[in-house]
Design a protein around this ligand. Structure first.
Ligand SMILES: Cc1cc2nc3c(=O)[nH]c(=O)nc-3n(C[C@H](O)[C@H](O)[C@H](O)COP(=O)(O)OP(=O)(O)OC[C@H]3O[C@@H](n4cnc5c(N)ncnc54)[C@H](O)[C@@H]3O)c2cc1C
Length: 420
């Protein structure tokens, strides 16, 4: 059964924005074909491999704009694979899209505004929240005030979320991290601890809460599945989520004709994503000689002004909440790091302590970390974070994993049909 919107006014600002974009696309439907149920799963010799309605399509395009968004950043700790431990993104989808509460007694742990937004949605849905645990101390926030006030609407949203917590008497516990989830077949309780400035838990400060659901929100990771496959050069920019494709001011990557837009090019939020998409579209059109340089630059002018303002806000948020390396001390030897291949920390440790390891790909080859179903989306950043910390390396030193097709699971029959 499909969900239908009964009252659009209740759906918030972004619902209206989305409707407007769809209306804009409808206006050019003679030139823009929208494919739904289409998964881009690989890039081979200039061709994109797409699974569309279960069929294989190979697409060759002169210009490609990649906009794959982002996903939650997983942080392993003892008990994180127990049923009942989910990400804030997962909780948000269930509450906002499906109107389903994923549990009864919740604790949210992480860092950043997303967990506040999800806490607010959960409260609206009638959930019991025992605490929202924030790793960052809010004390230093005033230093970013000038940049943050450039987006008063988003600041207002933040205040609204905090007020809701206060009204529902939900403790907002700063400078603390989750250290453990405990239970037999599912989560029964969780332990948090005070954290130092580097987010390392301070022994002797543990507190236990009875919960059935833990929502983790330690930030987002840009989805670079396809930009890595296309051979684009990536750079490590922690305030934008880690490894992101290098791009020029027109959103073109190091590979001519391949553009990137939105969170897949660095976490900066929906408003930036929309403007970056416009910019990429204009300069892809210029490459195709559909517009001339003067027209393209003129069209881009007001977009660049908007972007400058929006990016100042997002960079301030990214810097303030950036993940600190102490969080990678949470897992113990027995903690699973790669869920798909069931690789535990002791195996990762053995691999990195064996000498000669300098990259994430080396760890991958020795342990199978990142070789499973999710192709490293769940474990790569944590594996690098742990290895860099244990080897005393600078964050980002381990590099990023090679992206292999299929970037997401596809049925084998899709390939067999084509080759027969
Ligand atoms: C879990 C989560 C929760 C968020 N919650 C909030 C919030 O509460 N408030 C807020 O302001 N912002 C929120 N954001 C941020 C906001 O969603 C993004 O900033 C914004 O959507 C970025 O737009 P985008 O176009 O870059 O990515 P998206 O809007 O994520 O679009 C990317 C699209 O690419 C598709 N895709 C991915 N891989 C493939 C592939 N291989 N083939 C085909 N399609 C693919 C995805 O299905 C998706 O439809 C959240 C982000 C995440 C990840």
């Amino acid at each position: 059964m499909d969900f239908r919107t009964v009252d659009a006014a209740k759906m918030g600002k972004y619902y209206g924005d989305g409707k407007k974009i769809l209306a804009d696309i409808a206006e050019v439907k003679d030139r823009v074909e929208v494919w739904t149920d289409a998964l881009a799963w690989g890039y081979f010799d200039g061709q994109l491999a797409i699974m569309r309605h279960g069929e294989l399509e190979l697409l060759k395009a002169d210009q490609i704009i990649i906009a794959l968004g982002a996903y939650d950043k997983p942080i392993p700790f003892p008990g994180w694979t127990l049923p009942g431990v989910i990400t804030v993104g997962c909780a948000q989808v269930m509450v906002k899209s499906q109107r389903v509460l994923p549990g009864h007694r919740f604790l949210l742990a992480g860092s950043g505004p997303l967990q506040l937004a999800v806490a607010y949605e959960l409260l609206k849905g009638g959930a019991k929240l025992v605490a929202v645990v924030e790793a960052t101390s809010m004390r230093g926030l005033w230093r970013y005030a000038q940049k943050l006030l450039k987006q008063p609407r988003l600041m207002w949203d933040g205040m609204k979320y905090l007020t809701a917590l206060r009204l529902h008497r939900v403790p907002f516990i700063q400078s603390h991290v989750i250290t453990r989830a405990v239970g037999h077949d599912e989560v029964e309780e969780t332990v948090i601890a005070a954290a130092d400035k580097n987010w390392q838990p301070i022994p002797g400060t543990e507190r236990t809460f009875k919960v059935d659901t833990i929502c983790l929100g330690y930030g987002l990771i840009p989805n670079t599945d396809l930009t890595r496959q296309c051979g684009c050069i990536h750079e490590y920019v922690p305030i934008h989520g880690g490894w992101i494709p290098k791009k020029n001011e027109n959103m073109e990557t190091s590979v001519a004709g391949i553009f990137v837009a939105g969170d897949g090019g660095g976490i900066r939020g929906v408003d930036v994503a929309i403007q970056q998409g416009r910019l990429a579209g204009i300069y892809a059109a210029l490459n195709l000689k559909l517009v001339d340089r003067a027209t393209a630059d003129q069209l881009a002018k007001s977009i660049r002004v908007k972007l400058k303002k929006l990016q100042a806000f997002q960079s301030a948020v990214g810097e303030f909440y950036a993940v600190r390396s102490g969080i990678y001390t949470l897992p113990d030897d027995d903690t699973i790091i790669c869920r798909c291949e069931e690789v535990r920390l002791q195996e990762v440790r053995k691999a990195i302590q064996g000498g000669g390891i300098i990259t994430l790909n080396d760890v991958k080859r020795r342990t199978r970390v990142g070789m499973g179903y999710c192709q490293g989306r769940m474990c790569s950043s944590a594996t690098s974070g742990i290895a860099e910390r244990e080897l005393g390396l600078r964050p980002g030193s381990m590099g990023y994993g090679t992206a292999r097709a299929p970037v997401k699971p596809i049925p084998m029959s899709l390939l067999l049909e084509r080759s027969s």
